[in-house]
Design a binder for this molecule. Structure first.
Ligand SMILES: O=C(O)CCC(=O)C(=O)O
Ligand SMILES: [Fe+2]
Length: 352
């Protein structure tokens, strides 16, 4: 972010400021071992599916181990990420994103209209990724997203692409387990991801002189289907516990991935699995790095509760809406500091 001279844009309102003394690190966020996926033992798989379903319902968040992503591949992307962000602002700005291309380097992101204490680098999984050119419902024009790759460090692109292939495989496995846990066929959702709009983000949260006033990412819910996140050993991710609304810190666990259900799964499951609020605190001692993979369907996906999960007693809670138009509206609001809230799934909720 360069030298921050005026930190006022980062200041959270009193109710959203982190409370460093009361941070809980609850044991409750489930840690799930995926090794059953490598066996043909149907009992082991059934109990894994039940564990996943339970975690999605109670927390909307869980961590996985024995997930199949090689550690070496994670170490490589972590190393290039640190090198990339360690460069001067002038170097990083060579791949800066703009309104035409939202992929690349950025340090001005706002969550709920307050600036986040972080720098990011985004790239899409499918090249090009196709999305609608505008959020206007009648406008059929499409736009293509391409990646911008920095020259330094030289193995940056390779490390990013290799990591993406591995986390994509893990994301499909998780999607299938979630589908089974809802009582649906394993590949019920797979086709929605054929021309996916998934993207990866490298997050860098520099040390912050005002960690009691600012956040690395303000409270929010992830809009996509699933997020699969690697965090380093610093810690800072906090999840809003469903039972009492307390902020609970997700304990850094070596070589684990943090998985959370996004808004899309909330809609597909007709609120059985909720997309849970989370935020990132920063600290004055150590820089923090994290890498979320946002697993998102193709732009022409029409989102609505799946037919198998709705009936007279449990009618659909959402009207159908187009994922691409939703993304396009979000991208637009990301570039303007609007004084209205950006588009949210509850705008499509049917009245009771
Ligand atoms: O850095 C983290 O731990 C989480 C970041 C996050 O929630 C996001 O980018 O949506
Ligand atoms: Fe998030």
């Amino acid at each position: 972010m360069g030298e921050v001279v005026d930190s006022s844009a980062f200041i959270q309102s009193t109710e959203h400021r982190p409370k460093p003394t009361s941070t809980l690190e609850a044991e409750g966020i489930p840690l799930i071992d995926l090794s059953a996926l490598n066996s043909s033992n149907s009992d082991a798989i059934a109990s894994l599916v039940a564990e996943i379903g339970d975690a999605c319902e109670k927390w909307g968040f869980f961590q996985v181990i024995n997930h199949g992503v090689p550690l070496e591949c994670r170490e490589k992307i972590d190393a290039v990420s640190r090198k990339f962000f360690g460069q001067s602002m002038e170097e990083k700005s060579r791949v800066r994103r703009d309104q035409l291309n939202p992929m690349g380097y950025y340090d001005g992101e706002h969550t709920k209209n307050v600036r986040d204490w972080k720098e990011v680098f985004d790239f899409v999984v499918e090249v090009p990724t196709v999305i609608p050119a505008s959020p206007e419902p009648g406008d059929k024009e499409l736009t293509m997203l391409h990646n911008q790759w920095p020259e330094f460090p030289p193995n940056f692109r390779d490390a990013c692409e290799e990591y993406t292939r591995e986390t994509e495989k893990l994301s499909y496995k998780l999607l299938e387990l979630i589908s089974l846990s809802l009582g649906l066929p394993e590949s019920r959702f797979n086709n929605f991801f054929k021309d996916q709009t998934s993207f990866l983000r490298l997050n860098y949260y520099p040390r912050c002189p005002i960690p009691h006033l600012a956040l690395g990412v303000g409270h929010h819910k992830d809009a996509g289907a699933l997020t699969v996140l690697a965090q380093d050993d610093v810690g800072g991710l906090e999840v809003k516990r469903k039972t009492d609304g307390e902020w609970i810190r997700v304990k850094p666990t070596p070589d684990a991935y943090i998985v959370n259900v996004g808004d899309i799964i909330q809609v597909w499951s007709n609120d059985k699995y909720e997309s849970v609020e989370h935020r990132v605190t920063v600290n004055s001692e150590r820089d923090r790095f994290s890498i979320p993979f946002f697993f998102n369907p193709t732009h022409y996906t029409v989102l609505e509760p799946v037919a198998e999960l709705v009936n007279e007693e449990n009618p659909a809670k959402y009207k159908a809406f187009n994922w691409g138009k939703f993304v396009s509206a979000r991208n637009l609001s990301n570039f303007k500091k609007l004084h209205v809230e950006n588009i949210q799934i509850y705008h499509f909720r049917k009245s009771e």
